[in-house]
Design a binder for this molecule. Structure first.
Ligand code: CA
Length: 527
């Protein structure tokens, strides 16, 4: 046994876990990209609010106008998941689910306001203990410092698009340039210069883009200037077929989207040169109309175009950078022994129902993109429609590394799907969902629900309103069928399924509805 073997063996023996020891011994032959290695490298590419509707591999109305050729390359050389869902469609909670493989009520991050308990078990910690070099670069958004990583260089909170500060191993470092490019630079630098090349790696490369307020990179400020972005059919949804929650949300393009979102006010923090380019790109002369001249539907259409162009410009930078990463893997000889997974923390509304943002269990925010490439393991060009969740990612990564999942993780490894193209016979047939952040920005009511391949039942429990959808007949979820007697049997079935899942996942009753505190200390009714 050479020195390195001995060191790893002693470390693994100390853990006392057979599976981990096995993982370690396998890692010894991994080297820095050998094709025969058993423990592959894991590169997890994750962006923020990237809707599947904005990835051309998924098809849809934006496929032709805004192709994502590099993300599509991952799909062409691997597998695209058409039914990947989240457990709680909002940023920080999704990230905590990924880390822990547990639902929000057990990992503690129910809302964006909660700090992650970084002492708890996470999949990076388990990979690290089994001999992986682990790193996280980019968006983190869980407040507490990342743990379980040999290297962490993350944005504070949301981070800035331009000239961002990063926190490198606990120390603030200011960068000049565009966040998406810098995140890639830092990730590739770690892969090239910082990691221990005798070990397999797991890198979480996490982009801030395309999060609100959608500030494009300097290379793409005028991209799509001459294009009209297709509108969704329900851009002018009046919510007639749904209950209180859809009527009372505050996330519409019409009412909620601000002048800052539409770049009528330039962002702060730009250098004079950046500001000059920015102003040139957003001058009203480049637009067909001026906002001040518009009202009603025409104004919504103008805002939608402005929003979508910036959102898609941000994505073009993400896609360019994923191209850089894939090229790097090719050139460094790492592509064959690295599984590359692309996903986003949740989905997003791109004008569907007249909205931007996420939160609801309706399809566009409930569903997330998921695409994976693993040469010699995943058959290229495969499409899968089994029900998978972000809850499964931790266990899948562990399984890929040959490590047994701890029993308190609540998902399932979808490695068998990657290898065989379809789920085993005992795979889940329904999903549990729970959104908690209310009262809060965007005013989306708390709700939980259950979804199967075809049906969806949602309970806005604070107001005791139910909604039910048949996605085959009504894929855009425009009219709840909860009161339709034709579906009474199905509704009853899903209610029973909901109770079953709540028991399975040890769901605790939600706390009483918090009253929103007034912003000033002035008593109500007095001036
Ligand atoms: Ca997000």
């Amino acid at each position: 046994m050479d020195k390195y073997n001995r060191r790893v063996f002693i470390k693994a023996a100390g853990l006392g876990l057979g599976a981990m020891m096995m993982g370690c011994s396998e890692s010894l032959i991994n080297g820095n990209g050998s094709k025969n290695a058993k423990q592959p490298n894991i590169l997890f590419l994750y962006s923020d609010d990237h809707a599947y509707q904005a990835i051309s591999a998924y098809g849809g109305r934006l496929e032709k106008v805004a192709p994502t050729k590099n993300i599509d390359r991952i799909a062409n050389e691997g597998m695209i998941f058409r039914k990947c869902y989240v457990t709680n469609s909002i940023c920080a909670p999704c990230r905590a689910v990924i880390q822990t493989g547990m639902y929000s009520h057990l990992n503690g991050v129910l809302t964006n306001g909660k700090e992650f308990d970084n002492t708890q078990q996470t999949f990076p910690k388990l990979l690290q203990k089994s001999g992986y070099q682990t790193a996280i670069v980019g968006k983190w958004h869980l407040r507490a410092r990342p743990t379980g990583f040999d290297y962490d260089e993350v944005l504070p909170g949301q981070g800035a698009y331009y000239n961002p500060v990063f926190i490198k191993r606990g120390v603030k470092v200011k960068h000049e340039g565009y966040n998406t490019d810098i995140t890639t630079d830092l990730g590739l630098n770690w892969l090239t210069n910082e990691r221990d090349k005798d070990k397999p790696f797991m890198l979480m490369l996490q982009y801030k883009a395309p999060h609100r307020n959608w500030q494009p990179g300097p290379d793409h400020l005028t991209l799509f200037d001459d294009v009209t972005i297709p509108e969704p059919d329900n851009l002018f949804d009046d919510y007639a077929g749904r209950g209180t929650a859809a009527h009372t949300q505050d996330m519409s393009i019409e009412k909620t989207m601000s002048q800052r979102d539409n770049k009528l006010i330039p962002p702060g923090g730009l250098t004079p040169k950046q500001l000059e380019r920015w102003n040139a790109a957003y001058e009203p002369k480049n637009e067909k109309f001026r906002k001040a001249d518009l009202e009603g539907k025409a104004l919504v259409r103008w805002k939608y175009q402005r929003y979508m162009k910036d959102y898609l410009r941000c994505i073009r930078s993400v896609d360019d950078n994923i191209g850089r990463v894939l090229k790097y893997l090719d050139e460094a000889g790492l592509a064959d022994n690295t599984i590359v997974m692309y996903s986003a923390d949740q989905g997003f509304y791109l004008g569907e129902h007249g909205w931007f943002d996420k939160r609801f269990m309706y399809e566009e925010s409930f569903r997330a993109p998921l695409i994976a490439r693993w040469p010699d393991h995943i058959k290229p060009g495969t499409s899968n429609a089994d029900l998978v969740q972000n809850l499964d990612f931790a266990q899948t990564f562990l399984d890929i590394a040959g490590i047994e999942s701890p029993s308190n993780m609540q998902g399932s490894s979808f490695k068998p799907i990657l290898l065989k193209g379809k789920a085993p016979g005992n795979w889940r047939k329904s999903l549990y969902y729970h959104y908690y952040e209310f009262p809060a920005v965007h005013s989306v009511r708390r709700h939980e629900g259950v979804a199967t391949n075809r049906y969806k039942l949602i309970h806005f429990y604070d107001i005791d309103e139910w909604e039910f959808y048949d996605l085959e007949k009504d894929p855009a979820e425009m009219k709840s069928q909860y009161d339709n007697t034709k579906y009474a049997g199905k509704v009853k079935e899903l209610k029973a399924e909901l109770e079953k899942l709540k028991k399975l996942y040890k769901v605790t009753p939600p706390s009483p509805l918090r009253k929103r505190q007034p912003k000033t200390g002035k008593p109500k009714g007095k001036k």
